[in-house]
Design a protein around this ligand. Structure first.
Ligand SMILES: [Mg+2]
Length: 326
């Protein structure tokens, strides 16, 4: 099967979105940006063996390649306009392509976004690079730089699930016996099929002062907000919202308790907002700390102790052995 037949069979889908002037089939796609809105563009590559284990199901690979990019739009309060996909495959495996495209379009249909173009190439390493286009009113774009001293720091959903899910995938025998099959399935689902928080991001626009999506770990992603905003943070070490599955695991294995602060891939939103606005916060979220004037991150323990925190999380340029899977 040649490239054109492959694109036609697995990735050329009709799109009813009125904002799409033209799409797959021309040299470029044409998208109309809603009047008065800013175009927001993001691009993320997923590389086999680097960002996901080689034996990840192709459905999940297609789903996640789209999810992580939509999550970046969510973090800025944007609504998606369209996405492109550059797919590099070592071989034309029709079953693999059918599953991958099914995962990709399952999420695309859920959020109502069209694939408007892309490229397919032969490569020794499997990779998927998605570019996502979105838009928002300029005054409602969420940035990393807007955090103010005194703001509360909050996160949506639960964190740590994807990191524990990755442990379960890479080393099934390390899972404590109390973490049953349903809990493990939940954690793997969180790793492989993260739900981009597009709705929450748009609700937070014009309300939160700063936002970021949690891709590389709560501490690391928070540190980007702090650096961009020129502030620091004090965190409650016991405040991180955990799922029942993660709680069960961490109670059985207390040495992993720091992991949910540092592991990535949860794709929840971390944002800051004025404490006066917290009671009317439009999304379900958990407060984990407060923005402070002094640079850096500190644990503020309940007994009054203060302890400096090193914000390392997932490092994209670390040796592949450490990075594999995240
Ligand atoms: Mg991001």
């Amino acid at each position: 099967m040649n490239e054109f037949a492959l694109i036609a069979r697995y990735f050329d889908r009709p799109c009813a979105d009125a904002r799409l002037a033209f799409g797959v089939g021309d040299d470029c796609a044409g998208v109309t940006v809603p009047a008065g809105e800013t175009l927001l563009v993001t691009s993320d590559a997923l590389i086999a063996g680097r960002h996901f284990p080689h034996d990840t199901a192709p459905f999940d690979i297609g789903y996640k390649a789209l999810a992580v990019n939509l999550s970046d739009l969510a973090a800025m309060g944007a609504a998606p306009l369209g996405v492109t996909l550059a797919l590099a495959v070592p071989a034309v495996d029709e079953h693999w392509l059918a599953e991958c495209s099914s995962g990709f379009f399952t999420l695309a249909d859920q959020v109502g976004v069209c694939l408007i173009g892309g490229d397919t190439v032969h490569s020794p390493v499997l990779s998927l690079t998605v570019t996502a286009l979105g838009s928002a009113k300029p005054s409602r774009v969420l940035r990393r730089s807007g955090a103010k001293v005194g703001d509360l720091i909050a996160v949506t959903g639960t964190v740590g699930d994807a990191g524990l899910g990755l442990r379960a995938v890479l080393n099934p025998s390390s899972v404590p016996p109390f973490v049953d099959a349903a809990a493990q399935e939940f954690l793997r689902e969180r790793l492989n099929r993260p739900r981009p928080r597009l709705h929450e991001g748009q609700q937070l626009a014009g309300f939160a002062h700063a936002a970021i999506d949690i891709s590389d770990g709560v501490l690391q992603d928070l540190s980007h907000v702090l650096t961009q905003s020129g502030v620091g943070a004090g965190l409650n070490p016991n405040a991180l919202p955990l799922s029942p599955a993660a709680k069960t695991w961490l109670e059985a294995e207390p040495t992993l308790r720091g992991l949910p602060w540092r592991c990535g891939d949860d794709y929840e939103l971390l944002f800051t907002l004025s404490p006066h606005d917290w009671p009317s916060c439009p999304v379900a979220a958990t407060v984990i700390g407060v923005i402070e004037a002094e640079a850096g991150i500190r644990w503020r323990h309940a007994d009054g102790r203060v302890e400096a925190v090193q914000p390392e999380g997932f490092d994209h340029f670390a040796p592949a052995t450490q990075a594999e899977g995240s």
